[in-house]
Ligand binder design. Structure first.
Ligand code: HAM
Length: 427
């Protein structure tokens, strides 16, 4: 029996019309990112496991449960990147960019891997478009980064979004809050499911990520982290809020927004879709002023975000692409050929036509009628046919599919004639 291969659970095939949609979005995003001053970075999808243990942090869902980690035959532990911030920081340090003056602004688009339970909008291989701005601690940069995220959504026409904003303090003010939180959680241990109790000592802020209603209610009754901020964090948060408000960005303060990664300090934010769908978080980000130092670099403040591409496209349009029906990409000229000799002639003709337009040479050996039908499906403007008589005469039959006019044409004259018809179309 033939083996039936299936894609790995939680992964997707992106094909044909759907890829066209991705490219459309990617082109718009590239334009916006350039306008906001970002240069692109592409890093490997595999990294040393330690990079994520140290940055995303042990005790987080990503590190504890979701990473694709494997040992190589040489005994190294590698991980498929679950996110990009750590990789960008690694690349920034490894390529000696710490002495560059000013803020380094990186943007990226690419696949990430997390072993989460698959469902609509949640995949094990998914894609992010995002930015990391490294080298400034100004709250105005936080506002600009959030504005960049909104501009990316606007560029693809995504509306119905809420920007949630919070500050989770810094190493000056957060430890005291965490200590108070630990005491409070231990006093209420019976309300916390046993499998989560371990987090209280390791990483109590991670309980904010818990989906459990009891835990969420418990945390809601505890003082918000914004009440525990030191003076400079409070001022930073005030300016971020003010700068965004001045730009007309509507924000919702959300004191429970601590985010599921350890490297954040001060600003954290998420952009969510008001659609009622389960996976409503389209974008997450924040400041990480201590991560670069933690990874062995000089103290360097930074801020960034990542947008989930699949979730954003789902938010734009619920209708899945029907691959069986989706037309292949359109062509300008379709060459129908009877026999291999005719195909060779068609192939040669295509060579010169492809200097200026899209051409498909049919090599299926089907009837001319069937090939003409394909020309229609591909929305060709011109059908060139090479049958026995054309082969013998050194011509091709050229048909304008819009007007239905057709005439035999000497091969050498075809490029100019095609150009003439298409010129009329493009005017
Ligand atoms: P994150 O919140 O883990 O942040 O992910 C950002 C976005 O990626 C989410 O809002 C969501 O749209 C998308 N996403 C995450 N997991 C999945 C999944 N399993 N399937 C589909 N989409 C998903 C980060 O990754 C940080 N690196 C953001 C950042 C950049 N912070 C600072 N700089």
């Amino acid at each position: 029996m033939a083996i039936k291969y299936q894609r790995i659970q939680g992964t997707r095939d992106i094909m044909l019309a759907e890829v066209e949609r991705w490219r459309w979005a990617e082109a718009r995003w590239s334009e916006v990112l350039t306008r906001f001053g970002y240069g692109e970075i592409r890093t490997p999808v595999i990294e040393p496991t330690n990079l994520f243990l140290r940055s995303v942090g042990e005790g987080t869902d990503i590190v504890d449960k979701e990473m694709y980690t494997f040992e190589t035959k040489g005994g190294d532990s590698l991980t498929l990147r679950p996110e990009m911030t750590a990789s960008v920081v690694r690349a920034y340090l490894e390529n000696g960019l710490t002495r560059q003056p000013g803020t380094m602004k990186f943007s990226y688009m690419g696949p990430m891997f997390r072993r989460e339970k698959p469902q609509a909008g949640r995949y094990r291989q998914f894609h992010q478009v995002g930015v990391e701005a490294i080298g400034s601690d100004s709250p105005v940069l936080d506002a600009e980064v959030i504005r960049t995220a909104m501009a990316l959504f606007e560029a693809v026409g995504a509306t119905g979004l809420t920007v949630k904003l919070n500050s989770i303090g810094c190493p000056e003010c957060r430890p005291a809050y965490i200590e108070d939180l630990k005491v409070y959680l231990k006093e209420n241990l019976e309300k916390i499911p046993p499998q989560m109790q371990g987090r209280i000592d390791v990483n109590p802020l991670r309980l904010y990520d818990a989906k459990d209603d009891g835990v969420q209610n418990l945390l809601r009754s505890f003082k918000p982290i914004t009440d525990a901020l030191c003076e400079s964090c409070r001022e930073h948060h005030r300016v971020v809020t003010e700068a965004l408000t001045a730009l007309g960005v509507n924000i919702e303060q959300d004191p429970a927004l601590v985010r599921g990664l350890d490297y954040y300090c001060r600003t954290t934010f998420e952009i969510t879709a008001n659609s009622g769908r389960k996976q409503s978080s389209l974008c997450g980000g924040g400041r990480y002023d201590y991560l670069i130092e933690q990874c062995g670099g000089p103290p360097t403040p930074a801020v960034g975000f990542s947008i989930g591409v699949e979730r954003t496209l789902l938010h734009l349009d619920d209708t899945p692409v029907d691959l069986q029906r989706s037309p292949q990409s359109a062509v300008d000229v379709y060459v129908a050929c009877l026999g291999v000799d005719a195909q060779q002639v068609g192939f040669l003709a295509a060579e010169s036509l492809r200097q200026f337009c899209r051409v498909e040479v049919d090599t299926t050996g089907r009837s001319v009628k069937a090939q003409a039908k394909s020309a229609n499906l591909r929305r060709a403007r011109i059908l060139l046919t090479v049958g026995e008589s054309e082969l013998a005469a050194g011509t091709m039959m050229m048909r304008d599919m819009d007007t239905g006019m057709q005439e035999p044409m000497v091969r050498a004259e075809i490029p100019a004639a095609v150009q003439e018809v298409l010129k009329g179309e493009r005017e």
